[in-house]
Design a protein around this ligand. Structure first.
Ligand code: ATP
Ligand code: MG
Ligand code: MG
Ligand code: MG
Length: 562
């Protein structure tokens, strides 16, 4: 590429609206421009970087047995009504209608569309597992689009959906994706941490977010200085420290009041830890239903429920047979395994005498139970939150906190969508079963922006080589010196022959301008062809990341670059 023809209008000034470094540098390096709030044009340099990220993603997805397809962006409302998300997704869902007044939305994510497709086409257990992905524009009418590509309203996402026969299959798909994500972000040159995550509105029970550590990150994570433990701060706070501390019991007790309207909301809120058995108890206090979660003999959490229905559904699990049903209904699937969930009735928790009320199972009814009068919550229960400075729940070393950018997330969905969208298959016995699903997203533009957050200096971007828009820029100091121009052009042409992605800065500009642009755009290597070195048969090679300069013989420059 010749710089004189390159469409990369660089800016010297920092654009006023750009608050964080990646946004500033993407603008200044002539890589993106805003078209509307949260809607950006990717100019050639940005698009080269994004294509490289997408290539890495594709390679890792394909290697993990995924197939690429392309789903529509425009979704009929009916599909979203079927899953129930048309009502609950809120204002982020970008809704529109056609000339006949029919409702549609622009896809913010594609569970509905793909589950509908796969459910209609796949008939037999022999056709599973199926892992399908796409890389496509997503639309979310974010309340606060900001930070450039970090939080857009139109953005490119890789989304993968896995369809398995059972939980064991889902575990395998999830494991493959965890590894693939690890590979992808490593290959992109990012410093990141997978953290145990909240599963949000999507439902399900197991999720990891891949967080690129950066000061500008919107999320706070807690991680261990010694082991692999890492969790979003919300999740860290639900973990229980089982070692008693000196402080008075109950001192750290916290009552959470989630906005739980449905059993799925509640399931999302409970975030059952994979390793631990969790017990729950419901009781009625005044007009409210309260759910107490117990791990071991400690109270982990206390949740005030909005309505009685939630409470009843949970109590159904007092019956072991119904536990299974509840496990699925509530989205308690995954490595926890239904068997690990014990939502217990009175007889199983001696401390909680006659404590269950409102269960809709015979012999489990105990109406009008009052805490205090009919049972007590043991005083010794203690909630411990994992917080920075405290001991790691896994290894007891010190916990640290950091800010992170969520570049990807993987979820175990279970049967949430296969159930609502009717995605079933016939098992070996000819019996109908629900497919067990997972979903896995990566923000392509956000990954590029996060790479800049981690790799820059006062002069500009320092691209990791694997995703750099070009590898080398060749800069003749003076465009008027024909020998410099000729030597530079020869190096450039030779690099192209070798398959090195190179730019020849042939512009009629002062050297200072060319050097500034080279640093700003962040080419990993700059080859400067100047009069003095050239007279000695040498050129100057500068490594962007370290600033190190070496004088290399002209004849050795190609082997040096490689
Ligand atoms: P956030 O918590 O930042 O709102 P999310 O959890 O809603 O993100 P997911 O639904 O998990 O996002 O989507 C998968 C990935 O898509 C995210 O990990 C992120 O990399 C990317 N992404 C999500 N929203 C945006 C956005 N508004 N702009 C750019 N990328 C986004
Ligand atoms: Mg979001
Ligand atoms: Mg998120
Ligand atoms: Mg997410």
């Amino acid at each position: 590429m010749k710089a004189s023809q390159m469409f990369a209008p660089t800016l010297r000034e920092v654009p006023a609206e750009a608050e964080i470094v990646s946004h500033q540098l993407l603008m200044r390096a002539g890589m993106i421009r805003k078209t509307a709030a949260g809607v950006y044009t990717y100019m050639p340099l940005a698009w080269r970087v994004m294509k490289k990220i997408m290539d890495i993603i594709r390679e890792e997805m394909d290697a993990a047995g995924c197939q690429e397809l392309m789903l529509p962006i425009v979704h009929p409302a009916e599909l979203w009504q079927q899953s129930g998300r048309w009502q609950v997704y809120g204002d982020e869902l970008w809704r529109l209608h056609d000339r006949h007044g029919r409702d549609f939305c622009l896809g913010p994510t594609h569970e509905e569309v793909i589950t509908d497709l796969v459910g209609g086409e796949i008939k037999s257990y022999k056709q599973l597992p199926l892992r399908l992905y796409q890389i496509q524009n997503k639309y979310r009418d974010e309340r606060r689009p900001r930070f450039g590509l970090m939080r857009g309203r139109e953005f490119i996402m890789k989304d993968m959906y896995s369809f398995d026969r059972d939980l064991a299959g889902l575990d395998e798909s999830y494991r493959l994706m965890y590894q693939a994500y690890w590979n992808i972000f490593t290959r992109c040159g990012l410093g990141f941490r997978p953290v145990v995550a909240d599963n949000g509105a999507i439902g399900g029970d197991a999720s990891h977010e891949f967080m690129v550590l950066a000061e500008s990150g919107e999320a706070e994570i807690i991680y261990c200085s010694a082991c692999s433990y890492a969790a979003s701060v919300e999740i860290a706070r639900t973990y229980l420290d089982e070692t008693p501390k000196d402080e008075a019991p109950g001192e750290r007790e916290e009552v959470y009041t989630p906005d739980c309207k449905t059993i799925d909301d509640l399931a999302g809120f409970l975030r059952i830890s994979p390793e631990k058995t969790l017990k729950a108890l419901c009781y009625q206090a005044d007009d409210q239903f309260v759910l107490v979660l117990i791990r071991g003999d400690r109270k982990v959490n206390e949740i005030k429920l909005k309505n009685r229905l939630d409470c009843i559904s949970l109590e159904m699990a007092a019956d072991e047979q119904i536990q299974k049903h509840l496990g699925t209904a509530a989205g308690f699937v995954g490595p926890v395994g239904v068997k690990n969930i014990r939502i217990v009735a009175d007889r199983e928790v001696p401390l909680l005498v006659n404590a269950v009320c409102g269960a809709n199972k015979k012999d489990y009814h105990l109406m009008n139970v009052n805490p205090g009068r009919d049972f007590t919550i043991a005083e010794t229960w203690d909630i411990r939150l994992a917080e920075a400075g405290e001991a790691c729940p896994q290894c007891r070393e010190k916990l640290l906190s950091a800010r992170g950018v969520e570049v990807g997330q993987i979820f175990k969905l279970g049967t949430k969508y296969s159930k609502s969208m009717g995605a079933k298959y016939l098992d070996e016995n000819g019996k109908e079963q629900l497919m067990v699903m997972g979903c896995y997203g990566i923000g392509v533009g956000r990954t590029m922006a996060a790479a800049i957050e981690q790799n820059h200096d006062g002069d500009g971007i320092i691209w990791p080589v694997s995703i750099a828009p070009y590898h080398v820029v060749v800069v003749p100091v003076s465009d008027r010196e024909t020998d410099q121009m000729a030597a530079a052009e020869k190096i450039y042409q030779d690099l192209l022959v070798l398959g090195v992605e190179a730019v020849f800065d042939d512009r009629k500009e002062r050297p200072g301008v060319k050097f500034k642009d080279a640093d700003l755009i962040g080419y990993p290597l700059r080859i400067t062809v100047g009069a003095k070195a050239l007279a000695e048969g040498k050129v100057e090679v500068k490594i962007r990341a370290t600033g190190e300069v070496q004088h290399v013989d002209l004849e050795n420059v190609l082997s040096f670059i490689q």
